[in-house]
Write a protein that binds this ligand. Structure first.
Ligand SMILES: *Cc1c(COP(=O)(O)O)cnc(C)c1O
Length: 357
């Protein structure tokens, strides 16, 4: 039996996606080979590759002014690629909302990039999204839209004329986005879009004309991959195949508007359980910064937290242990987690509070 998967990533994929892949695993569409067993230059693979890009365009409603790249190295490599390609003679500005932006900032420092941290919520252990004001003439303005560990999320994007660069690893494809001022939207696929192994980078084309820092390796230039349609070297073909199936699944859910409505109900159900627990559960994020994707919380008596996680597992609910930086409990409720799955967790939370409260 499949468990209900509340892991932060990699995590569950929609069952129908896995079942579909299973039917084609050894024989893709009657071709006599698996999709992972043929050249990335073949027509068969190209259809998958460009099909996945088309679906991403359709979901976000983005046109020709953006290029979609399929890269490797995870979100982590973007911490370096972004400043190497985008930093010019000005300042690269960052908002620090937790471990993932902190790592990006440290990488900019490591590369000797002229950068500045314009806002931070570190003083309160990243429990909210701070007021963020970027300079309009910054080389770029960097944020992480959803902070996977702390369960905080921007409710609206900061206004700036500088190209906004967004690490959306954990809230990619969870709701529609207005792309005005977005220069780059990127993330690893393994949280909301597919398996690990492929990083999706949506980049505004004018940014491809910037001059990368001297000695930037060919493989780390966005232009290399844009010019080659992400076929410069061998892409992770099987991961992109599963990404394509997952994007089709999102379209089948009514696209990003459909998904957003379901995600809102899921998050509300868990936050209600926390808020109505009479103080038994306490959410980490301040209310106006609450994430719809990751919900981090504590139990009043922290000794009960490992018992909660173990009991949940006995009830076939996986991945509820909080991140090592924060401890406690975290429920990651990405697109593939259904409203019914969430209701099962909420019932468990209510029963647990009654039993131990
Ligand atoms: C998981 C995560 C990362 C790290 O992703 P990798 O693909 O492992 O490099 C970066 N940023 C955010 C917001 C994440 O959730």
């Amino acid at each position: 039996m499949r468990k209900i998967n509340f892991s932060a990533g990699p995590t569950g994929l929609p069952l129908s996606v896995l079942e579909h892949a299973k039917t084609e695993f050894t024989d893709y569409k009657g071709e006599g080979y698996s999709i992972m067993e043929i050249s990335h230059r073949s027509k068969t693979y190209e259809e998958v590759h460009f099909g996945a890009m088309d679906k991403i365009r359709k979901l976000y409603g983005i046109g020709d002014e953006y290029e979609i790249l399929f890269l490797q190295g995870g979100a982590h490599l973007q911490f370096a690629m972004i400043p190497l390609n985008l930093s010019q003679n000005g300042v690269s500005e960052y908002a620090n909302t937790g471990v993932w932006t902190d790592k990006a900032i440290k990488e900019a420092a490591n590369l000797g990039i002229n950068h500045k941290v314009v806002a931070s919520s570190e003083a309160s252990n990243f429990d909210h999204i701070p007021d963020v004001k970027f300079s309009d003439d910054a080389d770029f303005a960097y944020i992480c839209s959803n902070n996977t560990i702390y369960g905080t999320q921007y409710k609206s994007l900061p206004k700036t004329k500088a190209p906004l660069v967004i690490d959306a690893s954990s809230d990619f494809f969870s709701e529609p986005l207005d792309f005005t001022n977005i220069g780059i939207l990127y993330g690893g696929a393994q949280k909301n879009a597919g398996p690990s192994g492929v990083t999706i980078v949506i980049i505004r084309k004018d940014l491809l004309e910037r001059t990368p820092k001297p000695h930037t390796p060919t493989m780390l230039k966005f232009k290399t991959h844009a010019d080659a349609k992400s076929l410069y070297n061998t892409p992770p073909t099987f991961a992109i195949y599963l990404l394509d199936l997952t994007m089709q699944w999102v379209l089948d859910q009514g696209g990003l508007n459909g998904i957003k409505a379901i995600n809102a109900q899921k998050a509300a159900a868990i936050y209600d359980a926390i808020d109505n627990s009479g103080g038994f559960y306490k959410g980490h994020a301040q209310k106006d910064s609450r994430s719809v994707m990751n919900i981090s919380f504590n139990i009043k008596d922290s000794n009960l937290e490992p018992i909660f996680v173990a009991d949940a597992l006995k009830n076939d609910m996986l991945g509820l242990k909080g991140h090592r930086h924060l401890g406690g409990i975290r429920a990651s409720i990405y697109n593939a987690v259904s409203l019914n799955d969430v209701k099962t967790l909420v019932n468990f939370m209510n029963d647990f509070a009654k039993k131990h409260g």
